[in-house]
Write a protein that binds this ligand. Structure first.
Ligand SMILES: [Zn+2]
Length: 143
C-alpha cells in the first residue's frame, strides 16, 4: 500500500519531457523498457539507495538488491509504501507494472519468482533510478 505520508507530485508529461533526457522520459513516462545489460546499475554492488530518476523519492535499498541474471537491476522488496502497482494487460500473459508512488513514473514489473524472504522480483529499469552511495546525502525531492 502507498505510504499516505507521501504527497503526490503532479506534473504534466510536457513538463517532464522538458526536464528529463529523452531516453529517461521514454522509460519513465512512456513505459519503455531499456535493453537488458545496458545499465551500469545492473552491476552496482555498493551499499546505498536507489531513488526515482524523475522525482528522487527513495525506492529501493541496496540490501534488497540481488543478482537475478536477467540483465536488469533486481530487488526482492521496495521501500515499503514507495511504489504503487497496476495490472499491465499489454502482453498475453498479464504482468504487474509498478511505478513511483510520488510522481507516477514507471519503474518496471514485479514477478513472483524472486528469492526469499519475499519471493518477489522487482525487475527495474536502471535508467529509471539513480544510485546514491551510502554516506552521501540523498538528493532533494524534485518539486
Ligand atoms: Zn518519482
Amino acid at each position: 500500500m502507498t505510504d499516505p505520508k507521501i504527497a503526490k507530485l503532479e506534473k504534466s508529461r510536457a513538463e517532464w519531457k522538458k526536464i528529463l533526457p529523452p531516453e529517461r522520459y521514454a522509460v519513465l513516462f512512456e513505459e519503455g523498457t531499456e535493453r537488458p545489460f545496458s545499465s551500469a546499475l545492473y552491476e552496482e554492488k555498493r551499499a546505498g539507495t536507489f531513488v526515482c530518476a524523475a522525482c528522487r523519492l527513495p525506492l529501493f535499498e541496496s540490501a534488497a538488491k540481488y543478482e537475478s541474471g536477467t540483465g536488469w537491476p533486481s530487488f526482492f522488496q521496495p521501500i515499503p509504501g514507495h511504489l504503487a502497482t497496476q495490472r499491465d494487460l499489454k502482453l498475453i500473459a498479464p504482468r504487474t507494472e509498478y511505478h513511483c508512488a510520488r510522481c507516477g513514473a514507471h519503474q518496471g514489473h514485479v514477478f513472483d519468482d524472486g528469492p526469499q524472504p519475499t519471493g518477489q522480483r522487482y525487475c527495474n529499469n536502471g535508467i529509471a533510478v539513480e544510485f546514491v552511495p551510502e554516506g552521501e546525502p540523498l538528493p532533494k525531492l524534485r518539486e
